[in-house]
Design a binder for this molecule. Sequence first.
Ligand code: GDP
Ligand code: MG
Length: 174
Amino acid sequence: MPMKSYHIVILGAGGVGKSCLTAQFTHNVWIEAYDPTIEDSFKKLTVVDGQSLLLDILDTAGTEQFTSMREMYIKSGQGFLLIYSITSLQSIGDLPALHDQICRIKETTEVPLVLVGNKSDLENERVVSRGRASFLANKWGGVPWYESSAKRRVNVDEIFWDLCRQMMRLERGT
Ligand code: GDP
Ligand code: MG
């Protein structure tokens, strides 16, 4: 099978763990502190269900000066990870507007997308209930939803692979 390549965009409020999740997935490392203003893209080869994939992953920093920049990378993205932190109500509150923006720009609600509640290791600081997140995932048409920990490397590969399967399905038209 020839290799496929996909463009993934990681979105969510500052501090939720976008860069840490990206580093764990692409380089298997836990780095405690990143410059929150750094926006970068990473290439990663992976195999999902026997298919070789070259992923181009954009780790956004939310510092875009013009909303037209965000529009540009949403346009070019084929799959999206929408990240919040289970320790921040504000971070999940930010996501519906982003989801709306993605659907508007893509002109469809059938967009490969995964909802991710990161920092699951901080259970004692939890303020976002599982119920609230699953309600949101259902409201968006039943998008997959996970809780992850970049720190403990829980559900890191799974969120990316789930997204890859959705992009592969969309391409096959099934
Ligand atoms: P970003 O702004 O979304 O890219 O967030 P970062 O990846 O830079 O992470 C922000 C802060 O949260 C850093 O201090 C990280 O060490 C911390 N962090 C990220 N993921 C986790 C996690 O899964 N568990 C815990 N406990 N801290 C995390
Ligand atoms: Mg970051």
